[in-house]
Ligand binder design. Structure first.
Ligand code: BG6
Length: 489
């Protein structure tokens, strides 16, 4: 019997407005947090960009907005705003069944708190969805992906303010109504669990003392949970066809040894990660967080009715990004050197794995592990909405890009996905991250490319922005056409 993926499997690719659209101040779009993200120095690549990781202050935010000369690559992205027709035609050529994209909130409500939307912003996404529908490509739309209207930061203090829930629900209602019949798959918050890192970008949180304030971060997360549930309720009421998912940055963490303390440390790490999906899928705050909140002096303000809303309006499916795995060791078992290294985001090196140029440890089997684990835990359909390899691609003189390393990476991950489906996991689809080259979220550079399609632009935004098919473009086309039968032995 030929091995292949199910016929209804949703193959495709993913992008986010803030990294691909550009046109940051065109047609009435208001400024968003992503517009203040400066590109990282190439020598500092493994440390991630300042604006991505470092808590933002009001002073730095204002300076960035006033800075018209600096290097803020997300302001120009890949110019999808003007080239979406060409990009969607390329997706159709590859045979995409779905395309994950996000809506820029400040394109629809430039400040975030208006009553009336910006018609030009709504019209842009209408045109994009019409173009997708023309080719039979199902849109999968994220409402909030690493950007947030700046006005809601300076005037309201971001997601730590409960009022933002109402603004978000109003924004969601506006787009649900407008795109009814054109979009049925929705995600609320991208990688909701890494608010600790993207507190400013996606949560609009400022920390004047330069440190992350856990109380504010978890309060903001609570508001996002409630907003997400309210929006899920609304989506179902407005159109029974709508399906809403949550989105987790999944990082499988292995214990460094079989020492029980290392195992316990890995469980703690898992709790940190799965807390967010536990709330959004199971509809309840998990009991293990009580201890964490107590030990960290966190007291959440939970309004009457909040817990009921969380319980009643859980998500229809769970989506997640998967790039790498990490290794953890109990502090009791760490050498001094390891304790120091423990401060690095990517953690300890796994001797069995290779890493990308950015230090992300490549682990295809880890994807099967995680699919099994998540499905065992939640028993709802899963969707891999991000996976891929950020690499330095070379455009040859004859206009080709030979990215065999990307093909190898994707092929191994897809093979493990197949194994997981055979294990019994219900997997809805797979959208490869950054199908058209775009600006990196963490380092705000163009050089870290993921795409099947090369965009002729450099880190400074110089270039023709022409689209060029890489070798992986033709490879993915074959994978989709054969339901991956060509790579499953
Ligand atoms: C995910 C984000 O964290 O990873 C994307 O949802 C991001 O926005 C992707 O682009 C890859 O990360 P990076 O930093 O390589 O762009």
């Amino acid at each position: 019997m030929t091995k292949k993926f199910p016929n209804n499997f949703l193959w495709g690719g993913a992008t986010a407005a803030n990294q691909v659209e550009g046109a940051w101040n065109i047609d009435g779009r208001g400024p968003a947090t992503s517009d203040t993200a400066r590109a990282v120095n190439p020598e500092d690549r493994k440390t991630m960009g300042e604006e991505f990781i470092k808590p933002m202050t009001l002073e730095r935010l204002k300076a960035a907005l006033d800075d018209k000369e600096g290097l803020y690559p997300k302001r120009w992205g890949s110019d999808f705003y003007h080239r979406y027709k060409e990009d969607i035609a390329l997706m159709a050529e590859m045979g995409f069944k779905t395309y994950r994209l996000s809506i820029s909130w400040s394109r629809i409500f430039p400040n975030g708190d208006e009553t009336e939307p910006n018609e030009a912003g709504l019209a842009f996404y209408d045109a994009v969805f019409d173009e997708l529908n023309k080719y039979g490509i199902e849109p999968l739309v994220t409402l909030s992906h690493y950007e947030f209207p700046i006005y809601l930061v300076t005037e309201y203090g971001g997601w730590k303010n409960r009022k933002v829930i109402d603004f978000f629900v109003h924004y969601a209602k506006t787009v649900f109504n407008r795109y009814k019949g054109k979009v049925k798959y929705w995600l609320t918050f991208n990688e909701i669990n890494i608010l600790g890192i993207t507190g400013y970008l996606s949560g609009g949180l400022l920390f004047e003392d330069g440190k992350l304030n856990l109380q504010e971060m978890y309060q903001a997360a609570h508001h996002q949970f409630v907003a997400s549930s309210l929006v899920t309720k609304l989506a179902h009421e407005l159109d029974p066809e709508n399906k809403v998912g949550m989105m987790l940055a999944r990082m499988e963490t292995y214990p460094a040894t079989c020492h029980p303390d290392d195992m316990m440390q890995a469980i703690h790490k898992d709790h940190e990660n799965l807390f967010f999906s536990d709330v959004q899928v199971r509809g309840k705050y998990p009991s293990y967080m009580n201890r964490f909140f107590k030990e960290n002096n966190i007291t959440l303000e939970v309004a009457e009715g909040d817990l009921d809303i969380l319980e009643k309006h859980t998500v229809d499916f769970m989506s997640f990004s998967y790039y790498m795995t990490s290794v953890i060791r109990s502090p009791k078992n760490q050498t001094d050197e390891q304790k120091l290294a423990g401060n690095l985001i990517l953690g300890e090196a796994n001797p069995y794995l290779e890493a990308s140029d950015w230090g992300w440890q490549i682990d295809p089997v880890g994807l099967r592990v995680t699919l099994n684990k998540l499905y065992d835990r939640y028993q709802i359909p899963l969707f891999i909405v991000e996976n891929g390899l950020g690499a330095l691609d070379k455009l040859e003189e004859d206009g080709s890009v030979h990215d065999q390393y990307r093909i190898d990476y994707l092929e191994k991950h897809i093979q493990e996905m197949y194994e997981a489906i055979e294990d019994g996991v219900v997997l809805m689809g797979y959208t490869m991250w950054g199908c058209i080259d775009l600006i990196s979220a963490s380092t705000s550079e163009m050089s870290k490319r993921y795409g099947f399609v090369y965009v002729d632009a450099d880190d400074q935004g110089r270039g023709s922005f022409d689209r060029i098919r890489k070798d992986s473009f033709y490879w993915y086309k074959e994978v989709i056409a054969s339901q991956a039968a060509n790579i499953l032995k």
